[in-house]
Design a protein around this ligand. Structure first.
Ligand code: ZN
Length: 134
């Protein structure tokens, strides 16, 4: 279970390692979904990149994780840090990077800084292009 206490502590960590102000920010709503549902939320009616597998997604203040997430593992908490960074970009939309690619790079950088600070290997995540929508 992803508790509010965990979300708030990870938000506080992000706040002390980035320029995002988290003082007034409440924890986002979190929902657990199947892998297929996560792909559906990410792509909606847009063109799907079938080569990639979206692990988690933020959408308008709600963060969706795979049902199988094991939050006791630091490795999987890193994914929460990544999505919370997208959540903060959404909350502080005046401050967030302007392009989809830059927002993704920022979330990967914050995730990797957290990994490094917690003795984990950094990951190389594919920076996906913004989905093409009709
Ligand atoms: Zn991302």
């Amino acid at each position: 279970m992803i508790t509010k206490a965990l979300l708030l502590s990870l938000l506080a960590w992000i706040g002390s390692h980035t320029s995002y102000n988290v003082a007034q920010v409440d924890a986002p709503r979190v929902e657990l979904r199947t892998n297929k549902e996560i792909q559906d939320i990410y792509y909606g009616d847009c063109k799907r990149d079938t080569q990639s597998n979206i692990l988690a997604v933020h959408s308008s203040g709600v963060v969706f994780f795979n049902k199988g997430i094991d939050i006791k593992k630091k490795n999987e908490q890193a994914l929460v840090v990544h999505e919370l960074t997208h959540y903060l970009q959404f909350v502080h939309n005046d401050q967030m990077p302007k392009t989809h690619e830059e927002r993704e790079k920022e979330a990967i950088a914050v995730e990797n800084l957290w990994r490094k600070n917690h003795g984990l290997k950094e990951v190389e995540r594919l920076v996906l292009k913004e989905p093409e929508c009709a």
